[in-house]
Write a protein that binds this ligand. Structure first.
Ligand code: NAD
Length: 429
């Protein structure tokens, strides 16, 4: 514990007190506090009163969807794995690296036992004996906190051999990434865990069929797994939390031009506008311009009343909300995103390796006022062809912000072709 570095000050707010119940203060909740505030009672209930299938059914009824961004139904993923013979493995993806995404770290750094309890129950439901946590290298405190929490859980009999005196045994190991965004892609993560270069594999087969060591593997996000103890505790009452089909709490990391950046817990019927209000509204009373959902979608004023759920018209993804105001330039932000994808492309697929480089250079040219209509055409061409020729989510996502911005903010591009952007050309009159 002495080696754990100082935790960063991150504002946290919730009116639900579920995922963030114990994570309000900037400190790590130890096992004693976790247990005295009801922790590990869901695990006890699961092992003493529920069969593995009962837990899968509860997760199915909860409508829980993957909180890593894709929103895939969690129970469906578990069922795919359960169709394949043991040994099965569970991996917790704690490699959140999407720009502006800092929600999983709050659970890991402040309430690590919530995640561990979720993993142990999931391991029991899946018939797994081993689980791995792959944590990004940039979270050194989280790594040490998890190592410490695992030791605590073992000493209390919640983890290891014959958990709580039953014949269920489960172990968790933590691995650190080395700073590569691509290793958050589940198959690259598995390659990395196996000691190989973090390059994605072609899917299918999905990890639920062929995962780590060629065995069925469920890869779930930190926030997803942290919902499991809540689901087991609440059972049918979980369906009172949030809108139909998207039950349960969701974490929203908000940054940029808001009064109170931080991590907010809310139900998914909250709209983008309400979420920004929850974060204190736009900083210094300025005008709203746009939201970047990490490095993916770009949203304009017209989108402010969309729900933050996983429906086709919802915000979806990780819930990451980066707010831009009237003083920000969209092209400037797109260039940051383009630099990011170029830097993080693993290089395996040529359209992604070359396309992200081209995208970055064209945007630089446009930002500097040297762009032409032909460059806009080329950007559109790249938007279609980078995803078409790539095998993983990085290639699918790389041009998404640009194609959204081309549709929603054509005037921002125009203002660079004619050098009238007030941010980039302040002398333009
Ligand atoms: P995906 O929709 O292809 O898959 C989602 C999950 O469902 C995966 O675990 C996959 O294995 C499983 N799945 C899908 N179809 C299946 C099937 N038929 N059988 C078994 N399992 C199946 O999405 P993805 O490519 O894994 O992830 C993309 C998402 O990741 C993006 O939406 C993005 O928001 C998110 N992302 C998040 C971060 C972050 O920092 N949290 C970083 C990068 C990307």
């Amino acid at each position: 514990r002495d080696k754990i570095p100082h935790l960063p000050e991150i504002h946290v707010e919730s009116n639900l007190n579920l995922l963030l119940r114990r994570a309000k203060e900037n400190r790590t909740v130890d096992i004693e506090e976790y247990v005295t505030t009801g922790g590990y009672s869901a695990l006890r209930k699961a092992l003493e009163r529920l069969k593995p299938e009962d837990i899968v059914v509860l997760v199915e009824e909860s409508t829980l969807r993957g909180r890593g961004g894709a929103g895939f139904p969690t129970a469906r993923k578990w069922r795919f794995a359960l169709m394949n013979p043991e040994p099965r493995y569970l991996i917790c993806n704690c490699d959140e690296s999407e720009p502006g995404t800092f929600k999983d770290r709050i659970i890991v750094e402040r309430d690590p036992h919530l995640l561990l309890e979720g993993m142990i129950i999931a391991g029991y439901a899946l018939g797994a004996k081993e689980g791995y946590i792959y944590i990004r290298g940039e979270y050194p405190a989280g790594y040490l906190i998890l190592e410490n929490a695992i030791e605590e859980a073992k000493s209390y009999g919640f983890l290891g051999e014959n958990i709580l005196g039953t014949n269920f045994s489960f172990d968790i190991k933590v691995y650190r990434g080395a700073g590569a965004y691509i290793c958050g892609e589940e198959t690259a993560l598995i390659e990395s865990l196996e000691g190989k270069r973090g390059h994605p594999r072609l899917r299918p087969p999905y990890p639920a069929q062929v995962g780590i060591y060629g065995k069925p593997t469920v890869v779930n996000n930190v926030e997803t797994l942290s919902n499991i103890p809540i689901i087991v505790t609440y059972e049918q009452y979980f369906m009172n939390i949030g809108p139909s089909g998207f039950y349960g709490p969701k974490l929203f990391p908000i940054s940029g031009k808001v009064e109170k950046p931080g991590v907010y817990e809310a139900t998914m019927d909250i709209t983008l506008r309400e979420l920004i209000d929850m974060a204190g509204g736009i900083k210094n009373g300025k005008r709203f311009k746009a939201v970047f959902s990490g490095a993916l979608g770009v949203y304009s004023e017209k989108d402010l009343d969309m729900p933050m759920d996983y429906s086709p018209k919802g915000f979806g993804g990780t819930g990451t909300t980066i707010v831009l105001d009237e003083d920000d330039c969209i092209i400037d932000s797109l260039l940051v995103v383009a630099n990011f994808f170029h830097h993080e492309s693993c290089g395996k697929c040529t359209p992604c390796r070359v396309g992200t480089y081209e995208q970055m250079n064209i945007l630089k040219k446009i930002k500097e006022g040297r762009g032409t209509e032909k460059d806009l055409e080329y950007l559109k061409h790249l938007s279609e062809n980078i995803p078409a020729g790539s095998i993983c989510g990085l290639g699918f996502s790389a041009p998404q912000a640009v194609s959204d911005a081309l549709r929603k903010f054509p005037e921002e591009f125009e203002a660079h072709l004619n050098r009238s952007c007030k941010v980039c050309f302040p002398d333009s009159g």
